[in-house]
Design a protein around this ligand. Structure first.
Ligand SMILES: O=C(O)CCC(=O)C(=O)O
Length: 325
């Protein structure tokens, strides 16, 4: 067995599926480790230019605030679809101009904090530092969709993430977020907000359709050192003919996936970065799982003071009301 270079002595110890200890490095290192578990070759080009895109005149801060305050009507059919499929892609959640303003802001925030040589760049908790990002992350529009899809009147924020997959960066391995989040509830979801039109060649998030997919792969052993878990999930999905939604995203289209949803993303085979704002919400009253593992990463940063078994309600986890609920 080859030891994964991103693990410490402590997290590397035990068998390949042993993840019982807590993560002992930062979130950047967590992502480096996690992305190293993806199967497949490192892309070596040629890389294509993404199709030209004109977001139009950029909106002012006030225009963006007004847009984000407007509830997005989630229909009964969309609620049922989310419950059945464990994910949904919704068109027109944001205007192309707002998407472009957020992209510019996240790019600035990544560039000031991340080593440009890193292929999968991330930054969390931006809502504490930036008004525009806070407006989006805590918005009645995005948070309200989350609450509507979970069937609750309000949700709390777990965290926000900027996720930039740079040109030539490889696949995101198959996984489900309940494996990561130390949250003891099925009522957890993530809004994945691409900040540019995202064609297939750029590596859009892709989803295994069906709330029962997790049952199909539950016997597979996780592999903290290599790519066998990712490969095993692909094989099971293929063998069981599970449908995978891996289509492109238009500007302003946003997906929401449940913590039980198996998802992956392709390599970025374009010459532009795939920049995403991902925000995770959970139902109020949710507790921390009894024993968080190394797969949960630097979770104490996101729910400070919340100990295993306790309800999560810190000031880093504000409540968002669903408009009209
Ligand atoms: O952006 C990616 O490639 C992965 C993101 C992801 O897995 C998530 O937001 O749950």
């Amino acid at each position: 067995m080859i030891r994964n270079p991103h693990l410490s002595e402590t997290t590397a110890a035990g068998t390949a599926s042993d993840v019982a200890v807590e993560w002992d490095r930062g979130n950047d290192q967590w992502w480096d480790w996690y992305m190293s578990l993806a199967d497949g070759p490192v892309p070596d080009g040629p890389f294509v230019d993404p199709p030209p895109h004109d977001p139009g005149p950029l909106p002012s801060d006030d225009e963006i605030l007004a847009e984000l305050a407007e509830p997005y009507p989630v229909t009964a059919a969309q609620f049922r679809q989310f419950q059945t499929d464990a994910f949904i892609k919704l068109p027109g959640v944001l205007t192309p101009g707002t998407v472009e303003r957020l992209r510019i802001r996240l790019r600035e925030m990544l560039d000031e904090s991340v080593d440009p040589a890193v292929g999968f760049q991330s930054r969390e908790m931006m809502w504490l530092e930036d008004d525009l990002v806070r407006a989006a992350v805590l918005s009645p529009r995005i948070g309200g969709i989350g609450a509507a899809l979970l069937g609750t009147g309000q949700v709390r924020l777990y965290h926000d993430n900027a996720l930039s997959k740079e040109p030539g960066a490889g696949r995101t391995p198959w996984h489900y977020d309940a494996h990561h989040f130390p949250l003891d509830s099925p009522d957890v979801l993530t809004a994945w907000i691409p900040l540019q039109p995202t064609p297939r060649e750029m590596g859009p998030l892709a989803f295994a359709r069906g709330a029962d997919v997790a049952d199909l792969v539950e016997d597979l052993e996780f592999d903290k050192h290599g790519t066998s878990y990712d490969r095993g999930v692909s094989e099971v999905l293929r063998a069981q003919a599970v449908q995978v939604e891996d289509g492109p995203f238009e500007a302003g289209e946003v997906s929401f996936h449940a913590a039980s949803c198996f998802h992956t993303a392709g390599a970025n085979l374009t010459t532009a970065a795939r920049v995403v704002l991902a925000t995770t919400y959970f139902a109020d009253g949710t507790k921390v799982v009894p024993s968080p593992t190394m797969v949960s990463g630097d979770w104490r940063k996101f729910i400070p003071g919340a100990e295993p078994g306790h309800v999560v309600a810190s000031d880093r986890n504000p409540l968002l009301e669903r408009p009209g609920a």
